[in-house]
Design a protein around this ligand. Structure first.
Ligand SMILES: C[S@@+](CC[C@H](N)C(=O)[O-])C[C@H]1O[C@@H](n2cnc3c(N)ncnc32)[C@H](O)[C@@H]1O
Length: 396
């Protein structure tokens, strides 16, 4: 290993260090560039997600996730030497190697990926990087991997909408399960631990993963408005993508000030606020194309992969979005025939969120009640209903 690679790894670990020192040590040990062959090492050690496979339409289907969010999720997972761990979504195999570093040779790491080509590549990367004892299997992770159960820890590194019965039956009594859970179109990394007949959230962090593929993917509530431009609805609804695209192509109908501004984490709080209060809430994301300006000026969130913002969309295809560069005032901007009314409603939600102290995920709970159990969520909580689980979402 050259001094340059060691320095790059040290820099990455310093950028994303979290509470658990074992996670930082793993980031310093695992050679991420060996999991991203073909990517220059200086790029492999950036704190960025790197897309490694796309489908025929160009949509990303596999990636190495952003190290910062991997570190947060490993922190949530509270790993210890000797743990038996199942990862759903092997991808490049990098995260499985981080886990293997922490659980050590007495532990056991199994990682599954629905894509045989991805699983084969992950196996090669893990062997090349010195982790041949990590098992990678090409199966639908929704079924877990019964062969190596029971697991002390289960982590999904792909967006899920439910906790499957296989996962719950393949983990130990005091297991932790950490998954990127879709809560009305907002993804939250939730660490669940058993609490009697249900699972209580132990910690929650914002995150953004690609959705799970396969029969347990849940209903897609994502509309493609144009190549690379996607609208995420709260739940599946009849919204005409062509009408929304046409509304966005015309000049705005209204712009309402909100006096809210702030860095990217604040938008998570606002997005979550909208998602649990207005059934019309939505997120708009445009993939970044090098050298091209986004279609819509002023989307406040941007990474090297996406520009994004939030808002509300009507059944008629009108839409109001929060626009305004990071740290400048957000303007509720309405498009389409009902754009002015939508902009007023959206601005009112932002004012209400600001008046409530701009809550983010702190104090938020997402408890999971498997339908197979007698435990029922309290009626007062907002419920997210999924095939196997009722999720109760509340602040406490
Ligand atoms: C964001 S990547 C995982 C990143 C990975 N942990 C890493 O360290 O590189 C998500 C992966 O989940 C896989 N996936 C999607 N649906 C799945 C499913 N139902 N079961 C298992 N894997 C799935 C995709 O093929 C993709 O490789």
């Amino acid at each position: 290993m050259t001094a340059d690679l060691v320095r790059l790894r040290e820099q990455l670990a310093a950028q994303v260090t979290v509470a658990d020192p074992a996670v930082g040590a793993a980031l310093r040990s695992v050679p991420r560039h060996l999991f991203l062959p073909g990517i220059p090492p200086e790029n492999a050690y950036r704190d960025e997600a790197i897309v490694t496979k796309r489908d025929a339409s160009g949509t990303p289907v596999s990636s190495s996730s952003q190290p910062a969010i991997m570190a947060i999720m490993l922190d949530q997972l509270a790993l210890a030497p000797g743990h038996r761990v199942l990862e759903v979504g092997a991808g490049t195999g990098y995260n499985a190697a981080l886990i293997r570093e922490i659980v050590g040779p007495q532990g056991q790491v199994t990682s599954v990926d629905i894509d045989p080509e991805v699983a084969a590549a992950a196996t090669e990367h893990l062997a090349a990087a010195g982790y041949p004892d990590v098992t990678v299997a090409a199966v639908d992770g929704a079924e877990g991997f019964a062969g190596h159960a029971p697991y002390d820890r289960l982590i999904a590194t792909v967006g899920v909408s439910d906790l499957t019965p296989s996962w719950l039956s393949q983990v130990t009594a005091d297991a932790l399960i950490v998954v990127p859970l879709d809560v009305h179109g907002v993804q939250l990394s939730v660490a669940f631990g058993r609490s009697g007949g249900h699972w209580a959230s132990r910690s929650i962090s914002p995150c953004g993963f690609m959705r799970m593929r396969g029969p347990n993917a849940g209903s897609a509530a994502v509309l493609t408005l144009a190549p690379g431009l996607r609208l995420q609805l709260r739940e599946p609804r009849e919204v005409d993508p062509a009408a929304v695209a046409a509304a966005l192509a015309a000049p705005p109908a209204a712009a309402e000030p909100t006096s809210a501004s702030g860095g990217p984490r604040l938008y998570w709080g606002l997005n979550l606020w909208l998602a649990v209060r207005d059934p019309r809430s939505c997120g708009l994301a445009e993939e970044r194309v090098p050298g091209q300006q986004p279609r819509l000026a002023g989307m406040p969130l941007s990474s090297h992969l996406f520009h994004a913002t939030y808002g509300i969309v009507s059944d008629a295809g009108g839409i109001a979005l929060l626009l305004g560069k990071e740290d400048s005032e957000l303007v509720a901007t309405g498009f389409g025939p009902d754009g002015a009314a939508l902009a007023t409603d959206l601005a009112a939600q932002v004012w209400a969120w600001a008046a409530a102290g701009r809550p983010e995920t702190a104090g938020l709970h997402v408890d999971a009640y498997p339908r197979s159990q007698a435990d029922q969520p309290p009626a007062a909580h907002m419920l997210v209903e999924r095939p196997h689980t009722r999720f109760a979402v509340y602040h406490a």
